[in-house]
Unconditional design. Structure first.
Length: 279
């Protein structure tokens, strides 16, 4: 039986039910999902399901940011790539002379990521099947069926994942236009392992929200530690919304909406995007 309280939250009830059936019967693999800039396979994951139910699902503000900021020939990094929705969008924007470095730790989700890259014939993406953090180690990882719930665990698990530092990856470009990190609360440690890379990075983007403190608390740190670390690396910190408006974060308060942007040169960013700073 389907969970009614979950289904009621969906805008398209009938299509959501059909999607659940397709996943359970493994017929989802017969379908693809067409987006504005790329195509996805309908893999048996929650993100694939939600994209199939609603092609416009997830983060209008986030997509606006990528489309306005990222340009042809840019060099970008996607940490926590999942099935590749951001990686594919970025690859379509930067073009054949640009580059996307894409990291996804979970082996099954990584396989789906590779299949989506191949489906779109993108040859400008370099992928890494590993977790990223503050050290080189072996870490315990969850193995839930729902792809958007898997993360590094503070307890033993049957799934062990190799973890590396961003600074140790073979990224030789002298300028990184964007570093996107979405690691479900582990962002602090990804940043701590990227001290050298941050010196050549223009913008860092981290999806956050009003409940981010619950994720960071699981790993024993506070949101302000991310802010302090980025500020020490000469970034100014903003949140943003669908109206393409930036709000500077000055009091360590986690924005209820929008994502975090750490920007090295705010004047260059505004010139490049046409966005505004709200008072």
């Amino acid at each position: 039986m389907f969970k009614l309280n979950s289904i009621r939250k969906k805008n398209n009830l009938l299509k959501f039910i059909i999607a659940k059936i397709l996943i359970r019967t493994k017929l989802c693999k017969l379908f693809t999902i067409t987006q504005d800039h790329y195509v996805l396979k309908f893999h048996p994951t929650s993100l694939s399901r939600d994209k199939w139910v609603d092609a416009n699902y997830k983060h209008a503000a986030e997509d606006n940011f990528f489309l306005d900021y990222v340009k042809k020939d840019n060099i970008v990094i996607d940490v926590g790539a999942n099935i590749g929705t951001v990686t594919l969008l970025l690859a379509s924007i930067v073009g054949k002379n640009g580059k996307v470095y894409s990291a996804e730790p979970h082996p099954t989700i990584y396989k789906y990521l590779l299949e989506n890259i191949k489906l779109n014939n993108f040859e400008n993406v370099a992928t890494f099947n590993l977790a990223l953090g503050e050290k080189n180690a072996q870490v315990n990882f969850s193995n839930f069926k729902s792809d958007d719930r898997n993360r590094i665990l503070n307890l033993k698990s049957k799934l062990g994942i190799k973890m590396s530092k961003l600074d140790d990856l073979p990224i030789e470009e002298t300028t990184i236009d964007l570093l996107k990190i979405d690691t479900i609360g582990y962002e602090k440690f990804v940043l701590f392992g990227a001290s050298l890379l941050l010196k050549k990075c223009k913008v860092v983007q981290i999806p956050i929200g009003g409940t981010y403190h619950k994720l960071s608390n699981y790993y024993g740190y506070e949101f302000k530690e991310i802010i302090n670390f980025l500020q020490k690396n000469n970034f100014r910190i903003y949140s943003y919304d669908q109206k393409k408006s930036l709000s500077e974060i000055l009091n360590y308060k986690i924005p209820a909406r929008g994502d975090l942007l750490a920007i090295a040169d705010i004047n260059n960013f505004i010139t490049k995007t046409g966005w505004v700073i709200s008072c």
